[in-house]
Design a protein around this ligand. Sequence first.
Ligand code: ADP
Length: 408
Amino acid sequence: MSPLCLVILALFTVVPGLLLIMVIHRNRTQEALRESQEKLVRAQYIARLGDFSWDLDSDQVTWSDGMYHLLKYDRNEPIDYRRVNRDIHHPDDLDRVTRWLQESIASGETTAPPNEYRLVCKDGEALQVRVNLNIERRAGKVVKVFGTCLDITEQKQIQTALLKQGEDLRRSNAELEQFAYVVSHDLRQPLRMVNSYVQLLERRLAEQLDDESREMMGFVTEGATRMDQMLRSLLEYSRVGRMGEPMAPLDSRDAVEEALLFLEPAIREAQATVRLEGDWPIIVASRDEFTRLFQNLIGNAIKYHAPGRLPEITVSVAPDAAGWRFCVADNGIGIDPAQFTRLFQIFQRLHARDQYDGIGIGLAVSRKIVERHGGRIWVESAGEDQGSRFCFVLNADEFARTAGESDE
Ligand code: ADP
């Protein structure tokens, strides 16, 4: 066979083989492409996501399958920009969306700040979506806008419900505080009357009363006095955050020193030693409330000192991961750890009044003051007769926030 014949024979056998390989390869590529498109469509369905492009010359809008699915439109329905504005952008959001698009196009940027608005589905249901844009420019002119559109309706509903719950809670809290204030304020008046008439009766009938009746009168007076103390305590509790000085920059050491000045007689009487430790920061706080807080904690450290042991108290401050940690530590009677959570509740006491005088409001007031300043308060003690340490942390971010509020 001549070499020419051999070449022709080779061409006739090799070329079809090559063609067959190319066809198989192309089919496999198409198959892989189809599979990956199917995966993309499924992913968009699951994520409740769609994407679109808008050709500015033709005004033609192209939607992904995910977009058609999201808005419940038939896959073959033609969409253009006018139809999007007429039927799909929610009428109440249309102006805002149009302005955002115009500003994004005019900005010269290739992306736009994400936006959230409502779209109307084919069946009339409104969806809340978050849209991100990418703007394609050619020679300075915008030719296409690409966007992704994520359905955040459920997220928004949860957010709205949470906001409403928070609002309801704030309102009912304010109403309760107002109620506590009015009740404790108004009840004191008739109580004062009971008290003074009992005293009057006691004086008038002094000669005629036997010992038992006198003791009974004593119980009535004592009960009325105690009730008045409790009402005053409630009044003090409900005043926190309502009647105090406004939030303002405050040298925390000044507040402690002012508290120590108020406590001077008690300190002298108990022969207590009070040490201040740390670099006292400037914070943003209500001056009288912050002073009251230290007065309560240091006052307790003096009051609950162990019999036969002179009170030694350390008031300290140290930086904390969140902001500042303030502590009042004593060498007093200590606290059973099982009782820690009870202490900060209103009228909760661990000791009878004949052991240690008090009403059980000081720590509840302290907690309210700390929480109002965005902080957290707790107690540490190894147990009875082991001393105690009351600490609170004030958050540095909270300082910035409240400082902002006080600047307004
Ligand atoms: P009160 O001192 O009027 O009872 P508080 O609310 O200030 O009210 O304190 C609640 C209870 O916590 C006290 O009755 C006492 O039992 C306990 N407590 C408070 N501070 C100390 C302390 N430094 N050491 C031991 N116990 C304390």
